[in-house]
Design a protein around this ligand. Structure first.
Ligand SMILES: [Zn+2]
Length: 290
């Protein structure tokens, strides 16, 4: 018996209802766009919850925040539609405003109780060296919401009649400690169509530059997970294997920029996640390494 037998890593690809919480209007596509498209194609009902209005997402001193917020909302809806997302919700909190943690947790927990997703997806708030407060704050609030949405006593939500709801899994993208690799070879191009919909963030020349990095990482994850183009998916099975993946991914990435040019178009691609169950996110000494 291993710790994984006691606390299994939930199967992300078994997800039938997915709530994707994102700090900014493009984070879902950046971190998980191809996986979202794969799940939607398989019949999963996907909802986006965008926390901030994205109004600070420009270094152009002439940009008008209110105009940018309107543009980014439209970009969010366009990108989501391209990936097969059913609906988009917006909290419209000011971008970069250090939102109140408890209020944010309540808002996300309310959405979880109403939508009853089996999986919730967000950015990993434990990413080392992450400085953006929206990513740290929204990631943590989302994990807290997953935990407390199941407890009717801890967060009473008089504004919603929805009953407490226990999610099966939490999938954290942009994680430095992934344990799940999803083969997204079939939906990889859709990710870039959706990213291109965010014209304010990814004009064509910039997206082409980002793509070199995305292709490189996705090929590395694919190699790390032992994929071929024909493979399905696999979840890192147990701690010793997970450590092996980590080392393999590290060496693949450490191969450096020269290797990036060797990533062939059409080669296998994977996106990586730290997938956890509610058992993993409170007083659990094994979560870091699982
Ligand atoms: Zn962001």
């Amino acid at each position: 018996m291993t710790i994984k037998d006691i606390m299994p890593i939930p199967d992300l690809l078994a997800c039938r209802r997915l709530l994707c919480v994102q700090p900014h209007p493009d984070d879902n596509e950046v971190g998980a766009g191809a996986t979202i498209a794969r799940l939607a194609r398989a019949g999963c009902e996907v909802t986006y919850l965008t926390v901030t209005d994205g109004s600070k997402g420009s270094r152009d001193p002439g940009a008008v925040p209110a105009d940018l917020a309107r543009q980014r909302r439209a970009e969010t809806e366009k990108a989501a539609a391209l990936l097969g997302v059913r609906s988009c919700r917006f909290l419209d909190i000011e971008d970069g405003s250090y939102p109140d943690a408890r209020g944010l947790c309540r808002a996300i927990a309310g959405a979880i109780r109403e939508l009853r997703p089996d999986f919730v997806l967000c950015c990993d708030p434990f990413l080392p060296y992450e400085v953006h407060p929206d990513h740290r704050g929204v990631g943590m609030a989302t994990m807290e919401a997953c935990f407390f949405a199941a407890n009717p006593h801890f967060i009473a939500l008089p504004e919603t009649a929805a009953a407490a709801w226990d999610v099966s899994g939490i999938a954290l993208h942009t994680s430095a400690a992934p344990n799940t690799y999803v083969d997204v070879t079939a939906t990889w191009e859709l990710k870039f169509k959706a990213l291109a919909a965010h014209e304010s963030q990814f004009p064509p020349a910039a997206l082409a530059q980002y793509r070199v990095y995305f292709d490189f990482k996705a090929a590395g994850y694919s190699i790390a997970a032992g994929y071929s183009a024909a493979a399905g998916y696999s979840i890192a099975a147990g701690y010793s294997v997970a450590a092996g993946y980590s080392v393999a991914a590290g060496y693949a990435v450490a191969a450096g920029c020269g290797a990036a040019s060797a990533v062939a178009p059409g080669a296998a691609r994977a996106e990586a996640f730290k997938v956890l169950s509610p058992l993993h996110i409170h007083s659990n000494v094994d979560t870091q390494s699982c």
